[in-house]
Design a binder for this molecule. Structure first.
Ligand SMILES: [Zn+2]
Length: 249
């Protein structure tokens, strides 16, 4: 395992992780949370981190910190540099797979303030899983050794909303491939309708859909083996369109 551009060891303690996070640009946020001696990186400084991250919890912490920067409008944008582009041209070591909705308002790289080579992103409407989607995720785990898989749903999802409408109206199939989305999301919508009132049913369906997708991925033999071996963690999350916050479940 090498490092991207300098010799910055991976942290082994929470304190180390926080300091490491500060070097990644979260210093001011972390300081605000009470870690008084963390470093604060000057705006525009190029931060470093290990080239390959294998610890699922470390990867999740990077996403949390990136989303905190995004919501606070303190993005780094450091991973879009020419130097970074030339680095990743030699090979990729993304630290998280993100299965996200295709919705234009939820681009994972922006939401988590990450750049070239950081995230292995698979997107379909409603994050619906089909064989090529699962194959892409399996590739990321088995061949790229990505330690974290995030299923990212979001507030006001159109695919979930359309499924809710189809269920409520009993609409006939459209005869298009959109039907495949509706059928995939339908179980979550039906559970949500039984559990939530009209005002909250869409939000509940979004959460239920993410839960179903996490369960389906966790049941995949290849992914389940990676989880058992400690090489992978699978988590669900939802994104708030208004404040930009990602809530991990
Ligand atoms: Zn959506």
């Amino acid at each position: 395992m090498g490092v991207r551009e300098s010799v910055l060891p991976a942290p082994t303690t929470r304190r180390g992780l926080l300091r490491w996070g500060a070097l990644l640009g979260g210093g001011a946020l972390l300081t605000a949370c009470g870690d008084g001696d963390e470093q604060v990186v000057a705006p525009g400084a190029v931060q470093e981190r290990p080239e390959e991250i294998t610890d699922p919890d470390q990867a999740l912490e990077l996403l949390r910190q990136g989303n905190a920067r995004f919501t606070a409008a303190r993005e780094q944008h450091t991973a879009h540099t020419v130097r970074r582009r030339l680095q990743v041209a030699r090979g990729q070591h993304p630290f998280a797979i993100v299965l996200a909705c295709a919705d234009s308002r939820v681009p994972p790289e922006l939401v988590f303030d990450q750049g070239l080579g950081d995230l292995f992103v698979v997107r379909t409407a409603g994050q619906v899983i089909a064989p090529p989607v699962l194959g892409s995720i399996q590739y990321g785990v088995e061949h790229l050794h990505v330690p974290l898989l995030v299923v990212l749903g979001h507030e006001g999802c159109g695919a979930v909303g359309a499924t809710l409408e189809a269920v409520e109206t009993g609409a006939a199939s459209s005869g298009t491939a959109i039907d495949s989305l509706v059928e995939a999301i339908r179980p979550a919508v039906e559970r949500a309708r039984a559990a939530a009132d009209e005002e909250h049913v869409l939000a509940e369906a979004v959460r239920a859909n993410v839960a179903d997708e996490v369960a389906a991925l966790s049941a995949d033999p290849l992914l389940a083996e990676a989880v058992r071996a400690g090489r992978l963690r699978v988590v669900g999350a939802t994104y708030d369109l208004d404040d930009g916050a990602v809530l991990f479940s």
